[in-house]
Design a protein around this ligand. Structure first.
Ligand SMILES: [Zn+2]
Length: 276
């Protein structure tokens, strides 16, 4: 497993000792405000994010979607901080499997088991795709982790595939659920890798905000589109917003409409003459 406990500026007495802090240094740091006591034996540096200090101060453990984000996993937008407490309360996240020990941030497998209960299926598959894409766990490790979850959850592992972002996963799952055959991450000669290819020539690109808003990528995307069109492809470019918030209006009718018209298939080239 290629994961490190995320560093969020919250630390235990034991961690401080391991870093060579004496009790005297710790007390001096607390006295001067460089170290904040959150609860017995747990401290925060001033850099610790406020959500994390409030969860830990209230006796909670950072888990589920909030922990996944700290590990660098794609996560859906969420309005709450995901945590669990020793005495489970109504809005706490509950990982499948045996009750894990109390700590500051749950290890990645525990956070995955909490998200398995907390997230809708599509979003959970996007989390699994992201864990694999970022090489944080292998498929085998995920399979062993999910062994304690119900069969309904374990079956979702069969739906993982290559995806570079959550919006790509959602697109793949939704189009496949309509029995549309598509291939993710296809290499096209002279152009590079496209997000999806349907049939012979319908290319779908999903623009995530992080990767497509720089000026460099703005030019690169347009150059790629021109090269694809010159090679006879049809390129549909959707945004994260189209996929997540406007699927039924912005994405589904366009893709389904083109497939119904059989525009995803190559036709024999019509005879044409272009003056050189
Ligand atoms: Zn949760």
């Amino acid at each position: 497993m290629n994961q490190h406990t995320p560093s969020i500026g919250i630390i235990t007495t034991k961690d401080l000792r391991q870093r060579g802090w004496s009790n005297q240094q710790r007390r001096a740091a607390i006295g001067s405000g460089r170290l904040l006591v959150l609860r017995r034996g747990i401290y925060a540096f001033p850099t610790a994010p406020q959500f994390a200090t409030s969860i830990v101060r209230a006796g909670g453990v950072i888990t589920c979607v909030t922990a996944l984000k700290l590990y660098g996993v794609w996560t859906p937008e969420t309005r709450k901080w995901h945590r669990r407490r020793r005495e489970c309360r109504r809005d706490d996240c509950r990982p499948y499997g045996p009750k894990p020990p109390t700590r500051i941030v749950d290890p990645l497998p525990v956070a995955v088991l909490a998200a398995a209960r907390c997230l809708p299926e599509e979003e959970f598959v996007a989390v699994l795709d992201s864990v694999l894409h970022r090489r944080l766990m292998t498929l085998d490790q995920l399979s062993r982790t999910l062994a304690v979850a119900p069969q309904r959850v374990r079956r979702l592992l069969a739906r993982v595939d290559r995806a570079e972002s959550g919006s790509e996963t959602l697109t793949r799952l939704r189009l496949r659920s309509r029995n549309i055959l598509l291939e993710p991450q296809v290499e096209i000669e002279g152009v590079g890798r496209v997000d999806f290819l349907i049939g012979d020539r319908l290319v779908i690109e999903i623009d995530s905000i992080e990767h497509h808003t720089s000026l460099e990528n703005y030019f690169k995307d347009r150059r790629r589109d021109r090269m694809l069109i010159a090679r006879g492809y049809i390129v549909l470019r959707f945004t994260y917003h189209d996929v997540v918030h406007d699927w039924d209006r912005a994405v589904a009718p366009i893709v389904v409409g083109l497939i119904r018209q059989r525009r995803h298939l190559r036709r024999s080239p019509a005879a044409c003459h272009v003056a050189a």
